[in-house]
Each structure stands twice: as C-alpha cells, then as structure tokens.
Design a protein around this ligand. Structure first.
Ligand code: PGA
Length: 228
C-alpha cells in the first residue's frame, strides 16, 4: 500500500472534483489516495478518496484575514493537510518555523500534516542537497505526533525534470535516517505515468505527491494503477 497524494494547487472546480471522485471510485486500488483541493472544494463526501487541504493557519483563530484554521478543516472533514509546500514557502515567505507551527496545530486537531521539504537548483548545484534537506527537516517537523514527509526538490516541481533514482534514494535515506521515528516519506516533483512506477519502487519511498498529473483522471488514474 502506497500513499498517493494529488495536489490540485489553485486549479479545479466543483464539477471537476465530482468527476474525479467518481472516476477514482470506479477503480480498485489498495493505495491510500488523498486529493488535496482548494478550500472551497473541500466539503463533501470523498466517496472513498481522502480529501485534504493545501494549507492551514498556524493560529487557532482570530484576526487573520484569509486564513483557515485547523478546526475549520476538521469541521469540513479533512484528515490531511499539505504544509510547507515550496510554493507557500516561496510566495508566502513561509519559514521552517511557521511550517513546524502549522504541522503542530494540525496534529493537535487530529489532522495528519504532509510536510514538504526540498532543495533549490542552486543548492543542488552547490552540492548542498543533503545538508539543506537535513536542516529543513529538523526545523520543520513537530516534536510529537504522526506526520508524512514529502521530499520535493523545488527544481523538479512542474518542470518535467526529476532527480536520478540514485539522487532520490540518497535524499530519502537521509530523511529516513534523520527522522526521530519512522514516518511515511513521499517523493514529489514531475511525477507522470512513465516515471511513477519506478520512483514509487525506490527504497524508503512510501508514496508520491503529484501536482499537474493529478488534475485529470486520464493522467491521475494510470499513475495510481501503475504503482505496486
Ligand atoms: P508537479 O507538482 O507534479 O506538477 O511537479 C508537484 C507538487 O508541487 O506537489
């Protein structure tokens, strides 16, 4: 059983969510499928698919216009939330500390955070991948509770580029060895139908986080079906 997370980012609408859920319902899979949709699309029956969010506030409630609290996500039926996605870190200046607060508050409310970490191309070219990953990991994970780590090299997101299998296994083994206790580790970044099976089979990989290819059932379902 692998964990397969679709991240719709700021895409999709209610009709598209409904047709994705019915397409997902029509296949048989042992994998845990989680579809992380924009906030307005969260509410409603997932028909066997776990519906997740893409962000959560690091505050309980209050004067934080535009933000959504962990309790609100719970009320809407959410069990998983992506935190620290590189687009949040980049466009909303989210630091490891904020990511850690978001993961902590999610856990407090019974939501499993999917904590994203990954190096930039500059960091990779400078040979800093491993040290960057370790530091991001240690500063972003909460003290207690269960969470999922998503290793997403920033340069691999939406670019069509992926690390070599060796680079992935080195990064993911580093994460495995650095975690205080074992937690599921996903790979994300330019996953498609042709590379999903191989990447999901890499040691220490417990699943995949998929952006662009999760938007349409024609691309998402073959990925789910290709993973052992
Ligand atoms: P991608 O996005 O699959 O489109 O590269 C992955 C992600 O951002 O989570």
């Amino acid at each position: 059983m692998k964990i397969i997370v679709g991240n719709w980012k700021m895409n999709g609408n209610l009709g598209e969510k409904e047709s994705m859920l019915s397409a997902l319902q029509s296949i048989k899979t042992n994998h845990k499928v989680i579809l992380c949709v924009p906030f307005p699309l969260i509410y409603g029956d997932g028909f066997g698919t776990n519906i997740g969010a893409q962000d959560v506030s690091n505050h309980e409630n209050g004067a934080f216009t535009g933000d959504v609290s962990a309790q609100m996500l719970v009320d809407a039926g959410v069990k998983y939330v992506i935190v620290g996605h590189s687009e949040r870190r980049l466009y909303h200046n989210e630091t490891n500390e904020i990511v850690r607060e978001k993961a902590t508050i999610a856990i407090k409310h019974g939501i499993t955070p999917i904590i994203c970490i990954g190096e930039t191309m500059e960091e990779k070219n400078a040979g800093h991948t491993i040290s960057v990953i370790k530091q991001m990991l240690m500063e972003s994970i909460p003290d207690n509770g269960e969470y999922i780590i998503a290793y997403e090299p920033r340069w691999a997101i939406g670019s069509g580029l992926t690390p070599t299998n060796n680079e992935i296994v080195t990064a993911v083994k580093t994460i495995f060895d650095t975690l205080p206790q074992p937690m599921p580790i996903l790979y994300g970044g330019s996953i498609n139908q042709s590379n999903a099976h191989d990447i999901a089979s890499i040691p220490y990989i417990d699943g995949l986080l998929i952006g662009g290819a999760s938007l349409k059932s024609e691309t998402f379902i073959p990925i789910i079906n290709s993973v052992d």
